[in-house]
Design a protein around this ligand. Sequence first.
Ligand SMILES: [Mn+2]
Length: 361
Amino acid sequence: MKLLHTADWQIGMKAAQLGAAAAQARAARLETARRIAELARQERVDLAVLAGDTFENHAVALDDVGQIARILAGFPCPVVVLAGNHDPLVSGGVWDLPVWRGCPNVHIPRLEAPLELEACVVFPCPLRSRWGTGDPTGWIPAAQYEDRIRIGVAHGALEGSPNEEQTPYIAADAPVQRRLDYLALGHWHSTRVYRGPDGAERMAYSGTPEPTSFGEDDSGNVLLVEIDAPGAAPRVRRARVAGLRWMREEYEICQSGALAATLAKLEQLASPETVAELRLHGALYPEDLDTLEAIRQLAGRFLFLRIDDGLRPLLRLEDLSEGPLREAARRLHEMAKDGQQAAEARLALETLLSLAKGAGA
Ligand SMILES: [Mn+2]
């Protein structure tokens, strides 16, 4: 069988940090959903699973829910949509909307009960609250449907992961404990594939198919998983589907003219599909002011460019008050004019002036 595993579509995400570009970032999520449906058709998958957080919350616009329902109805196979911690099963929530009645291929499990499908048996672990307790895969019986391919679908952090106290923990060896051929996970936005003790890739986070923030190291993918028979090792392949690229660039400027290289790099990265955050540290040299302005002008060639300008303007010699520091700076200034040690003296002067600036001299 061939499975398409995705999660964390986060439809309705505000993306408020992108300002005027937020609407485009939201539209990109719907476009990516359509691309995933197209991929499912091309790859002739037998089953698709959305492992939670399809929606950012229950306040998502009805029109967005309607569009997602139509996209999922267009998949060429059954689609199992799991309630995650952003869109848990609550009375009057997004899963109670009448639009889902028009999607006969879309299964929204309400109970912890096996779902018998043609290609496999799915063991869904839906969430009922934002902050769960206990391992949501705990209910899965190890000895049922042993002659079928057994697929688990769950949402939450893996046991042993740091800084995650508010979501349920899933046992790190859940595929072994629950005897699953494959466990499709959602919640973490970067793609992660795990090998079990038999060396087979039996558990994975697909990650979000469309990046949601800076610093996600491998988002923008879905997983295609082929399993030949019960117990056989799954073959897991990632497919890139993201529409937008989110990147964080960081540069330390330590010598005059170095900012030009930053400008050149950003010119290469600039595109209407790129969301970028640029962090600059170090010294701002008077001769780099035009380059900095040119970097600011590049913003229009990105979908969004935020510049976190941490450059400290270099102090000029005459800004120093009279005293030994100014005297040292004056001598370095003389040495920097020519002679064997000019380059070293210039560097020393720049260092001295930036230190003096930092010390509030
Ligand atoms: Mn989540």
